[in-house]
Design a protein around this ligand. Structure first.
Ligand SMILES: Cc1ncc(COP(=O)(O)O)c(C=O)c1O
Length: 377
């Protein structure tokens, strides 16, 4: 039987029930608003707006700060080369410069390396919690405060991650989540943007719907038939809003998020246990103390990454890489050589299968193959 890296688990009957309600009523239901309210309650964050993806959310976060705070083309945002490329594209969409800083042993931005990259053109730090781990998020928060930089958190892997017992994100200026199909809270494709300040939440609701300023229209609220076509468009926006079908799935999946993440942590513990005598050549990426990780990923560092991935796939065990150093890509090659740790790690890390359908026996089987094929030199 083959074992995939990812495999979403949907509560199918419950999802169908919610979606059916939407379809039967001709989408005349406020599932998006309901999902936003439930997300706020779950996270304790003050604002939440439902979007069609995290990529859209990251773009809007940067656009809104740029417009509202008067950032200029060419101003800089410090980001990681070891992340999904949409993080860095979001900066580039707005004609801002991605300034790459190196990562630490948690695969997250290293606060010290970030500090070294701050110039008088730096406006923000885009921080991604890789695999659900917060890394040294608290130091990044302090740094942003000290240098008066906006903190934009890419929480795509962090649905349900807690730090010191609290959901992460309250002290960020904005946190963006992904609910794409392989994430901890899978819909099919959607995301959530949570600004700390209400005034930005008001703006994002317009910009995610083409700039239209009519509340009923942009909230995807079809209940009131009257006057929804009467609106003004103050500035250009995008078609980035989330839809009620995705929100219906999200509402169901949210009920299981903590329980699912607990099982993910259990899987990670089984892997840890299996590798504990092999730490000199199979090094699990650590989770920082005080972080209850969502465990989106289980990443190890090995000496023969590419061969290991091939050998595993011959046994029908499919691993992955999170991520290729973005400065290897043509459009970000200007950053090549600036982040040696990220570069070195990106040639040595692989993500092992981690999803809710794995059993303890599956994990044992995967781990025994890793131990067999990982090279000790
Ligand atoms: C770290 C990271 N950032 C951003 C994204 C983009 O998320 P979405 O597909 O919801 O746009 C992903 C999804 O793969 C991701 O893993």
């Amino acid at each position: 039987m083959s074992i995939n890296l990812f495999m979403p688990t949907y509560r199918v009957e419950e999802c169908i029930y919610e979606i059916k309600e939407c379809l039967e009523k001709g989408l005349i239901v406020n599932k998006t608003i309901e999902f936003e309210e439930k997300w706020k309650k779950y996270t304790g964050l003050s604002n939440a707006h439902f979007l069609n993806s995290a990529t859209a959310g990251l773009h809007l976060a940067i656009k809104i700060f740029k417009d509202e705070l008067g950032w200029k083309d060419g101003d800089e945002i410090i980001s990681s080369p070891l992340t999904f490329v949409s993080s860095n594209h979001a900066i580039t969409y707005e004609n801002l410069k991605v300034v790459f800083a190196d990562v630490d042993k948690y695969l997250c931005l290293d606060p010290e390396k970030v500090r070294e990259k701050i110039t008088d053109k730096t406006r923000a730090v885009l921080y991604a919690g890789i695999g659900g781990n917060t890394g040294r998020y608290k130091d990044i928060v302090k740094l942003c405060k000290k240098y008066n930089l906006k903190l934009i958190v890419n929480g795509s892997h962090m649905s349900g991650t807690r730090l010191d017992g609290e959901i992460v994100g309250k002290n960020a200026d904005v946190i963006v989540y992904s609910f794409q199909s392989v994430k901890n809270l899978p819909t099919a494709d959607s995301g959530m943007i949570c600004f700390r300040k209400k005034k930005y939440d008001d703006v994002v609701r317009k910009l995610s719907c083409l700039g239209i300023n009519n509340k009923e229209y942009y909230m995807n609220c079809y209940e009131k038939e009257s006057y929804k076509w009467k609106y003004d468009v103050e500035k250009i926006g995008y078609k980035y809003n989330g839809n009620p079908i995705m929100a219906s799935i999200g509402l169901v999946q949210l009920k299981y998020l903590d329980q699912d993440n607990a099982y993910r942590r259990q899987i990670a513990l089984w892997y840890d246990e299996a590798f504990k005598y092999y730490k000199n050549f199979i090094k699990p990426i650590p989770v920082i103390e005080d972080c209850e990780s969502s465990r989106h990923l289980y990443i190890i560092e090995v000496n023969n990454r590419d061969e290991l991935i091939k050998s595993l796939s011959l046994c029908e065990i499919y691993a992955g890489i999170h991520y290729i150093d973005n400065t290897e890509y043509e459009m970000y090659k200007y950053g090549k050589g600036l982040c040696p740790n990220a570069h070195r790690l990106s040639t040595r890390i692989l993500s092992l299968p981690l999803h809710l359908r794995l059993t303890k026996d599956d994990v044992r089987e995967i781990a025994s193959k890793v131990i067999k094929f990982a090279s000790c030199i």
